[in-house]
Design a protein around this ligand. Structure first.
Ligand SMILES: C[S@@+](CC[C@H](N)C(=O)[O-])C[C@H]1O[C@@H](n2cnc3c(N)ncnc32)[C@H](O)[C@@H]1O
Length: 394
């Protein structure tokens, strides 16, 4: 594989609702010509930026490096175009490859068929020239090829990440319904928390949200615990550049001067959370409690709470109502001065919190459309707060 070291187009994939925070992360990293798309952000950068994007972006699922684009009008033309690419510049016959196809529009309707055609075109080119062909490996290929077709427009990219970037390498064990690490990081960025107050997750399960919060607050790169990326198998892999990308990012790791609390009422969840905190080496930075939310006394306000309570599938409707009413009562009683964010796919049951949200965002947890809502828990009543603000202005 051979890739140029000049500027090229990259596409960072993400989940719906996180595009804007991902674009901001890319801007901070130095990406140029940033363009927000659906579940993705396109930008331009060089090889160093591609390595940094993989190592540092918290809300990207994978980083695709653009290789070529062309228009096609039928299957045969598509096959010919793929076959005309100089594949030997990108891989050897001993390398394995896989193809992810994504199609939209009426011209091509089956992504698997597209992947199958492209695989044939690549194999046929090698067989013609060398008498043998490279093998397909869908689990751990040397080169992951991504083909995206919209109507007659074909974009072919190489997946520089390999496995999805939500696989950070610290979470070896999970409890029920764990949240994806990329979504957890996205919720933290969407909440606007600047790591300048305490952070609490009072329904922490496997501790994904507090671990992502600590990594964000301490500037621990998202890839700090991960060993492998797709680009490491490319023939232009620059070990020295990669080492410098890692050490430059690691030098920024700092202490966090506020507390992070993680708690859950389930002993099993706390056991799993404890193991994950150890594996992320954050067991001294995050305080873990086995407690129902209603008994948790958080650090002094102001602070931020993010919780991911159980969704509908596992509880009876009445239990679920009671749970969300309890959340509202706990917030009013113990979280005064906090911004409390709740993610839930059950829009009806969220109303039982009994507080008026100050913000409502739409995000997706896998296929589930969710609301991510913020409740400002004022010291006194809302009326008191308005009176105090008016007094302060006069
Ligand atoms: C959807 S899971 C959270 C998953 C978590 N975000 C993760 O990534 O693993 C919901 C959690 O809420 C906890 N829970 C439910 N009711 C609770 C309560 N009243 N107090 C504390 N924890 C509670 C459950 O034990 C469960 O671990």
């Amino acid at each position: 594989m051979k890739t140029e070291s000049t500027v090229f187009r990259l596409v960072a994939k993400t989940t719906s609702g996180l595009e804007a925070v991902l674009a901001e992360e890319i801007r901070l990293l130095g990406g140029q010509n940033i363009e927000i798309m659906t579940r993705a952000v396109a930008f331009e950068g060089d090889k160093k930026l591609m390595y940094r994007a993989n190592y540092e972006l918290r809300t990207a699922l994978r980083i695709l490096k653009h290789v070529t684009s062309f228009k096609t009008s039928n299957e045969q033309k598509f096959y010919d175009e793929i076959r005309n690419i100089q594949w030997q510049m990108h891989m050897n016959v001993e390398n394995t490859f896989s193809i992810d196809g994504v199609v939209s529009g009426g011209l091509f309707t089956h992504s698997q068929y597209v992947a199958f055609k492209a695989k044939d075109a690549i194999a046929d080119q090698f067989r013609d020239r060398m008498g043998i062909r490279p093998s397909v490996n869908t689990t751990n290929p040397d080169l992951r090829i991504n083909i995206q077709i919209q109507e007659d427009q074909v974009n072919l990219s190489f997946d520089s990440s390999g496995d999805s970037l939500h696989k950070r390498g610290y979470r070896n064990i999970v409890d029920k319904a764990p949240i994806n690490e990329v979504l957890a990081a996205g919720l933290i960025l969407l909440s606007g928390w600047k790591a300048d107050t305490p952070f609490v997750d009072a329904m922490c399960g496997s501790a994904t949200i507090p671990i992502e919060a600590a990594m964000f607050a301490m500037k621990i790169p998202s890839g700090y615990f991960r060993k492998e990326y797709g680009f490491m198998k490319w023939s232009d892999f620059d070990q020295e550049l990669w080492n410098s990308v890692c050490s430059e990012a690691n030098e920024k790791i700092c202490d966090f001067n506020h507390e992070i609390f993680a708690s859950d009422h389930s002993a099993k969840a706390i056991d799993i959370a404890g193991q994950n905190l150890h594996s992320a080496n954050l067991h001294k930075d995050i305080r873990l409690f086995k407690k129902p939310m209603e008994f948790l006394i958080p650090p002094e306000a102001p602070g931020i709470l993010i919780i991911n309570p159980p969704y509908g599938e596992r509880l009876e409707e009445n239990d679920l109502k009671a749970l969300y009413m309890n959340i509202g009562d706990s917030l009013k009683r113990n979280f005064k001065g906090y911004k409390a964010w709740v993610i839930s796919s059950d829009f009806q049951v969220l109303k039982h919190v009994g507080l008026k949200p100050s913000k409502k965002l739409i995000v997706y947890n896998g296929p589930l459309e969710c609301r991510f809502v913020c409740f400002d828990i004022f010291e006194g009543s809302l009326k008191d707060k308005k009176t105090r603000e008016a007094d302060a202005k006069s």
